[in-house]
Design a protein around this ligand. Structure first.
Ligand code: NAG
Ligand code: NAG
Ligand code: NAG
Ligand code: NAG
Ligand code: NAG
Ligand code: NAG
Ligand code: NAG
Length: 507
């Protein structure tokens, strides 16, 4: 009996088990690596990360650059140590089970003598997905968590870190952890027109936003699956139009098909609702705005729970995504003929509807039914992998490029051709250079036209939007992209001018 009790308590206190809301989840795979760490520090959420030494077996690299700092203004000791890679490096894991897994990458650009990590630029990929393309911290000195959900189909799972030339890659901590299958069902709803959408299992996802409306920050220690939910206030378009509501978490009910694995009760126990307006008839939407990348489609998961109504069938409201009706006349009490029942719904918002980022709106239904109010309890936004299996940028890991961006590249080559013509003009000038050129103020006075031509390639293609710089640096920076560039160059008119111009320059 005593042995049984010991076993039971060991089982309950093991970090792999979560028992919130009666749902236990034990991940089959749980790789937790505290990169660069020499000591076993306890993490606030109680999980135990392997030290760098204990995790050596996963790492394939010829370099051994470990950095650490004694303290910093960060939320977890995971951010106090890192590994730096000046060449390509790979972490390889052997998985026990197929299916959905979290991949969490923790970055903090700590002060060190090896490399300025605030400017380190690098790419990260798995064998299938490009996760980060020419990523850098943009000089910010805060910790960044990149989180992905990937359906693993191969027991060998690798994460490749690829620094840009003369730069470095770094990583503070890695999590590769099984996620429950119910987390993503294959079915969702598409927009405009509202229709059923099948095939969510065929994508990889980056979790880009996860919000707890009207409630507190939920850290990994309070979530069944070590997720982080942040308060919604910074994303409200007009903060004064929303007011928070909350109830004790014990009043939240989960129906079949939904459990605290989908979202903890803390998410459903709070909401934003319409603030009282001075007008007699409340008629406005609560709006949240998010930055999104129009290269990608997104899954928007809306979490609802009617914690504001006093009776059934009294609250009917509309939900809009990017101005399009997503749900009309939602009555949460009709789902189980009860109040305070957790409910969620997934929408696929196509890239074609994403040009101005993402706007989520809730507002009262137009007619005279019930109380005029609208609520939202939680929101998750997942970026969907593109056709070339990228979650960042337009290139896949095989160097394939997203079709819709090829045309833009040809325009780029056209501009480059212009630059080469400029180069030719410069060479002509060089041959006819004045005898006293070395005595003159500067050289640039007659090189200027070339600079102008070169510049236009980088700045004149506004249609590339945020990818402009990505493409520019990737096309000229990385070996794989370089070969792509020269291959494309070989069948573009610029190729005729290029070798000649470069040849002459060497003289
Ligand atoms: C610590 O970081 C938080 C946000 O990450 C910031 O609000 C706070 O001001 C910082 N504190 C100090 C002392 O820098
Ligand atoms: C993962 O993908 C495979 C192959 O596409 C599919 O058969 C499987 O059902 C997916 N698993 C989950 C949990 O969605
Ligand atoms: C970074 O380190 C250098 C020397 O190691 C030190 O002079 C500097 O103050 C440090 N900066 C910060 C922000 O800690
Ligand atoms: C980053 O910050 C450093 C010093 O704070 C500055 O010299 C550098 O120009 C900045 N880089 C970028 C890309 O903003
Ligand atoms: C996984 O990798 C190991 C060694 O790296 C190899 O022997 C094995 O065949 C691989 N398995 C699959 C399914 O690719
Ligand atoms: C998170 O968990 C800690 C420890 O269990 C608890 O003290 C805290 O109140 C919880 N926070 C929330 C928002 O539930
Ligand atoms: C709420 O937003 C939708 C979509 O943007 C819009 O059509 C509707 O008129 C708005 N309702 C109110 C009351 O402003």
């Amino acid at each position: 009996m005593a042995i049984l009790l010991v076993l039971l308590s060991a089982l309950l206190s093991s970090p792999g088990i979560v028992s919130a809301g009666g749902n236990a989840f034990r991940p089959a795979d749980e790789f937790l690596v505290n990169c660069g760490a020499r000591n076993l520090d306890s993490i606030p959420d109680g999980r135990i990360f392997k030290t760098d030494k204990d995790a050596q077996g996963y790492l394939q690299t010829k370099q051994d650059i470990l950095v650490s700092i004694p303290s910093a203004n960060v939320s977890s000791p995971l951010y106090l140590s890192a590994r730096i890679f000046k060449e390509d490096a790979t972490y390889a894991f052997t998985l026990k089970s197929a299916g959905w897994h979290w991949v969490r990458l923790h970055f903090f650009p700590m002060n060190n003598t090896e490399f300025d990590l605030r400017t380190a630029t690098f790419s990260v990929s798995t064998d299938k997905y490009a996760l980060l393309h020419n990523f850098n911290m943009n000089n910010i000195t805060q910790a960044v968590l990149k989180e992905y959900l990937i359906n693993m189909t191969d027991p060998n799972f690798s994460i490749h870190f690829i620094p840009l030339k003369n730069s470095a890659a770094f990583i503070n901590a890695i999590e590769v952890v099984s996620a429950p299958d119910i987390l993503i069902s294959d079915q969702a709803t598409s927009l405009f027109p509202v229709n059923s959408f099948a095939g969510l299992n065929n994508f990889g996802y980056e979790v880009v936003y996860r919000l707890n409306m009207g409630g507190p920050l939920i850290t990994s220690e309070n979530d069944t699956l070590w997720r982080r939910w942040v308060p919604d206030k910074p994303y409200l378009k007009h903060e004064s139009m929303a007011k928070s509501a909350s109830v004790p978490t014990s009043s939240i009910k989960y129906g079949p098909g939904i459990s605290s694995l989908i979202a903890p009760a803390t998410v459903y126990a709070s909401a934003e609702q319409m603030a009282d307006s001075e007008t007699r008839i409340q008629n406005f939407n609560i709006t949240w705005n998010f930055v999104a990348d129009a290269t990608f489609s997104y899954v928007v998961r809306l979490h609802f729970c009617d914690i504001v109504s006093k009776s059934l069938n009294d609250l009917y409201f509309n939900v809009y995504l990017n101005g399009k009706m997503a749900i009309s006349g939602l009555d949460l009490s009709s789902i189980k003929d009860e109040l305070a029942v957790a409910y969620f719904k997934d929408f696929v918002v196509d890239a074609s509807l994403m040009s101005d980022g993402l706007a989520v709106e809730v507002g009262p239904m137009g007619d005279e039914t019930g109380t005029r109010n609208a609520i939202l309890n939680g929101l998750e936004v997942f970026k969907m992998s593109s056709r070339v299996n990228s979650l960042d940028g337009v290139f896949g890991v095989d160097g394939k490029m997203l079709e819709s961006h090829k045309a833009v590249v040809y325009v780029g080559f056209g501009l480059m051709f212009g630059a080469f013509v400029g180069l030719g003009a410069m060479l002509l000038k060089w041959h006819k250079r004045p005898q006293d050129w070395q005595k003159r103020d500067s050289f640039s006075s007659w090189l200027l036209p070339v600079h102008a031509g070169d510049h236009s390639f980088m700045t004149s293609k506004t249609s590339l939007g945020s990818h402009k710089t990505n493409f520019y640096s990737s096309a000229l920076g990385k070996a794989e992209d370089e070969s792509k560039l020269s291959a494309a160059l070989a069948d573009s008119p610029a190729a005729v001018a290029a070798p000649d111009a470069f040849f002459h320059l060497r003289h």
